[in-house]
Design a protein around this ligand. Structure first.
Ligand code: AMP
Length: 469
């Protein structure tokens, strides 16, 4: 177990040591989807990052309460439902189901509780009433707004001036008579043909930001450990959440750590529905296994952008094949005799420590996986010389299973069913020895033998990789 976990915190602008409100417990809230359309692999990136991170915290003996909201009432839902000629409720339900289906297919399964906004209307009303009674809210013809000039720390998360990018300015509520441009809507008064709920201050529906603070207050109270989401949500969404909740409770900060994922881009542009440059999760999964998306996301730094391309997917596939091949070789070690060479034991201990050390340092997965690949390369050399015994092979295999509990990038079931026969493994070793002795002709003959068994050998810089034809 790692004692000091550091993560980059948008609120402080630096890496901070994770200190939770309650020892060994983490309250984690991550903004979930607005359910009005199919979900793309950019949405999946953020979901995968936090799934891995939550599983990592669990692996470090934290009890994690991972909460995620579902925005099932919003302007976008109403507009799309109108276009399609269906009730907003039905549209939202269909895409909520689609989201759950996608998450299941991607093995994103660490969320403790999904909370739908429309299930918490009385609690939303209570938050608005408390803001009204403290003088933070004012009425206009179309709704109730928050007066940001009344909250003196407005802008502490986003440092607004640096976040003038078009995308971050989206989803601000527009209304002619607002006191300040950044004032946001807490409650939209009911208009014909739109869903609405009764409230003491007038029937209507909630604004976007109040949905999340209501849900976090309901399950965590006014203060919790980590709030996450994509970078696009820093402003105005997360700034507004802080403004609302800290005004209501007076407790600061609402969340101690703010984790924002880097965008998934295509040709350098954020993948988004509005730009139309997206690949849906469904389409992706028709062409690639879920493990490829997970591994590609997992091996990159969580708060850096990653650019999607087919060549990135080919590289990912090849990197995963190296791991799979390595594990197959380990699985196929049959000999029980002990080997005196202790180097593999030592290097396994060393990489276990280094791997987790890198994860503890801002969840630095690129460095952690680099350590892993170096280990594979070195151990492959020992495997080729028969210097790994069954016991150590089992320990290495177990370590990879443990890692996979965090990242879910390997399909162990598939690995178990596609074992390479021991005859083939023996032939690969014979061929390797011919290659070392530069006996190319003999090496080629053995390759042909291997092919008769239905396997191909690829020579990579990290050693031979065996594939089924
Ligand atoms: P939305 O339904 O647009 O609110 O998005 C749901 C989640 O996906 C939010 O946490 C967004 O920040 C995140 N998200 C949307 N687009 C991308 C992208 N291109 N890359 C990474 N995360 C994204």
């Amino acid at each position: 177990m790692t004692k000091n976990i550091k993560i980059f915190n948008t609120l402080s602008g630096k890496k901070d040591t994770l200190k939770t409100l309650k020892s060994k417990k983490v309250t984690l809230f991550v903004c979930g989807p607005t359910v009005y359309d199919f979900f793309h692999i950019g949405n999946a990136k953020t979901a995968i990052v936090f799934d891995c991170f939550a599983k990592y915290l669990k692996s470090q003996d934290y009890e994690v309460f991972y909460l995620q909201n579902i925005t099932d009432i919003d302007d976008k839902i109403i507009m799309r439902a109108r276009e399609k000629g269906v009730p907003p409720k039905d549209l939202a339900k269909a895409f909520e189901n689609e989201y759950f289906k996608n998450m299941k297919a991607l093995q994103v399964n660490s969320v403790t509780k999904y909370a739908k906004a429309t299930n918490y209307i009385p609690e939303i009303i209570s938050q608005i009433e408390r803001l009204q009674s403290k003088g933070y809210a004012y009425d206009l013809d179309d709704g109730i707004y928050f007066d940001i000039s009344k909250f003196k720390n407005y802008g502490k998360l986003s440092g607004r001036t640096v976040l003038q990018a078009e995308d971050s300015m989206s989803r601000i509520d527009y209304s002619k008579n607002k006191k300040n441009r950044g004032d946001f809507c807490l409650w939209k008064f009911s208009v014909p043909d739109e869903p609405s709920w009764k409230a003491p201050f007038g029937a209507g529906r909630p604004g976007w930001h109040i949905e999340d603070t209501t849900i976090t207050e309901k399950f965590f109270g006014p203060q919790y450990d980590i709030h996450g989401g994509g970078r696009d949500l820093i402003f105005p969404h997360h700034e507004a959440e802080i403004t609302q909740m800290e005004s209501i409770s007076g407790k600061k900060p609402m969340a101690k750590f703010w984790m924002h994922t880097g965008f998934l881009t295509t040709n350098g542009q954020k993948m988004s529905k509005s730009l139309g440059n997206y690949v849906t999760i469904d389409d992706f999964l028709k062409r690639h296994p879920y493990t490829h998306l997970r591994f590609w996301v997992a091996k990159n730094l969580w708060h850096s952008p990653i650019d999607y391309s087919e060549s990135a997917m080919i590289e990912t596939k090849m990197a995963l094949e190296k791991i799979e091949e390595f594990l197959r070789k380990l699985k196929n070690i049959k000999k029980l005799d002990k080997i005196q060479d202790k180097s593999v034991e030592k290097s396994l201990k060393k990489i276990e420590t280094e791997f987790y050390k890198n994860l503890a340092d801002d969840f630095n997965t690129p460095k952690a996986f680099a350590v892993l690949f170096e280990f594979i390369k070195e151990t492959n050399k020992l495997l080729d010389q028969n210097l790994v015994d069954k016991k150590n092979a089992g320990l290495i295999y177990k370590f990879f299973e443990q890692i996979n509990g965090i990242f879910n990038v390997l399909d162990f079931k598939k690995l178990k069913t596609s074992n390479v026969p021991s005859e083939v493994l023996e032939l690969v070793k014979v061929r390797e020895n011919h290659r070392i002795a530069k006996e190319w002709q003999q090496a080629d003959q053995v390759r042909q033998e291997i092919e008769k068994y239905g396997f191909l050998v690829d020579d990579t810089k990290d050693g031979a990789v065996i594939k089924k034809i």
